[in-house]
Design a protein around this ligand. Structure first.
Ligand code: DGY
Length: 344
């Protein structure tokens, strides 16, 4: 159970107990599996809401392992409150921008994430769902129909856009970007352009994809889909200048992280017809749909956007796979290994 020689467990009588705090109930089987582990004490914040900061700071005291979710800000203050026993932060998410990883490293705290195959597939499917929702105006026409505005078929009623044969620009050619490329190429004969830190011959061979600079990709693509992590270098990657390079008929899809797009600039672009539409699963200043309430109000009024509440990975099987992965990460750590999903 001890992790190398550095691990200091809590001693209850003769048994070295590992104290784990889970900041929110996660789908089966994660918590059950943790509870079935020997010499482990599991504390779960059981209310169905984001754990309040003061509650988090109180409950982390003395824990060995923290299972966090992407809405928990895990910074130096949380690590200080936890104390010297804290040796692992197992994030229930692919993204880990909610954790001060540099601070954790300084303290020898291992950070893990859950980049399971299932997450990649679900997020790729969701990005595609947003593309089609925009192109076929699914949400807008649903609202129209519910509102009793449909009074008979019309040759020019609510015309949309076909996707077959269009150009899809993928920014970030990792597992999720690949999932989107594969489905769009095989299913809809879409031509794939991509941009990443450097060209990737495997991505090119597999999807017949062509590498482009960010600027060329924005200029040539009918759809731009973002699949990069949130880093200082990707914050506002899509800013006013980037939006101005896109086609007026183009759609922007963001299932990655909100701050990758400058939302105030995006709302301006959508209102002024600089681009045709946006599908957003993530937002700056979540759980608000924009950091600035005035921008949020304008975004809400737009018909050419589809908004989902950070649910790209929210399928029963994926959330369960993530839950299992958290436990595997913890098991590997407790076995003295460097977990496969340790954040580098
Ligand atoms: C993640 O796991 O980081 C995703 O954002 C969840 O949808």
């Amino acid at each position: 159970m001890a992790h190398g020689e550095e691990f200091i467990g809590l001693v209850y009588g003769e048994v070295d107990m590992t104290k784990i705090l889970v900041t929110r109930h996660i789908p089966s089987p994660g918590i059950e599996l943790l509870q079935s582990m020997a010499s482990v004490e599991v504390d779960v914040f059981a209310e169905d809401k984001i754990i309040p900061r003061d509650e988090l700071l109180r409950r982390v005291v003395g824990i060995d392992i923290l299972v966090s979710i992407l809405t928990d800000k895990i910074d130096a203050a949380v690590m200080d409150a936890a104390g010297a026993n804290l040796k692992m932060i197992a994030n229930y998410a692919v993204g880990f921008d909610n954790i001060d990883v540099a601070e954790a490293k300084k303290r020898n705290i291992v950070v893990t994430n859950t980049p399971t195959l299932e997450v990649n597939e679900s997020v790729a499917e969701h990005a595609i769902a947003l593309i089609f929702a925009l192109a076929h105006r699914v949400v807008e026409t649903d609202r129209y129909t519910r509102d009793g505005k449909y009074h008979g078929w019309g040759p020019e009623l609510l015309l949309g856009t076909d996707i077959a044969g269009k150009i899809l620009g993928i920014i970030g050619g990792g597992a999720i970007g690949s999932g989107v490329a594969r489905r769009m190429k095989d299913g809809f004969g879409v031509r794939i352009l991509y941009n990443d830190l450097k060209p990737n011959s495997k991505f090119e061979e597999e999807f017949g994809a062509e590498y482009r600079s960010k600027e060329s990709l924005l200029q040539e693509s009918d759809i731009v889909s973002l699949h990069v992590p949130l880093l200082p270098s990707t914050t506002h990657l899509i800013d006013r200048a980037a939006l101005a390079m896109m086609k007026p008929t183009a759609f922007l899809i963001n299932t990655a992280r909100g701050p990758i797009v400058d939302e105030a600039a995006l709302v301006d672009a959508l209102e002024r017809g600089v681009i045709a539409g946006a599908g957003l699963d993530v937002f700056e200043g979540e759980p608000n749909i924009a950091a600035d309430p005035a921008v949020a109000d304008r975004l809400r009024k737009l018909q050419n956007v589809v908004l989902t509440p950070h649910t790209a990975s929210a399928t029963i099987s994926t959330r369960s796979a993530m839950s299992k992965q958290v436990v595997t990460n913890i098991e590997e750590f407790l076995a003295g290994e460097v977990p496969e999903n340790a954040v580098k």
